[in-house]
Design a protein around this ligand. Sequence first.
Ligand code: 4NP
Length: 154
Amino acid sequence: MTSVLFVCLGNICRSPLAEGAFRKVMEDLGAGSRVLIDSAGTGGWHQGEAPDPRSIAVAARNGIDISAQRARQVVKADFSRFEHILAMDSSNLNNLRKLSPAEAPARLRLFLEAEGMDVPDPYYGGPAGFETVFRMVMTGAENLAAELGLGRQG
Ligand code: 4NP
C-alpha cells in the first residue's frame, strides 16, 4: 500500500488541509483503500488539537470535513512507516531532513516540488490566506494522485 504523510509546522493549518484534500481526491477516484494518508507537524505545540477553525471552514465550504483530525508531532517511526513525506514549505523540509534517521526509507520532498512552490503559512494572516492554501493543496493533491498512479487506471 502506498503511504503519504503531509507535514507542516503546527499540523493545524496547512497539512490538515492537504490531508483532507488528498483523502477527497482518493475517495472520488475510488482509491481510498489503496493509500495510507496522515499529517503531522515538525513542532509539537498544538499536539492533540483540532485543526484551526479557518482551515475547518475553508475545507467545509469545499465539501471536506477535517474537523475530526488531531494534531501530532512527527516521530522517528514516520520515516519508516511512510513511503512519501511531503513538506508544505522548504523550512519544514529542512527540519524533516534533520529529524530523519540516516537510513530511513521515506522519500522526503516539497509537496509542490513540481510547481517549485512553498505552501505559505497562513497562521498569522487573514481568511484569504486559507483560500489560497486550499487551492494550492487541492491542485497538489490532484497532481499527486496522477504521479502516484492512483487514478482509476492506476
Ligand atoms: P501550520 O501553521 O504549520 O500550517 O499548521 C502554523 C500553526 C501554528 C503555528 C505556526 C504555523 N504556531 O506558531 O503556533
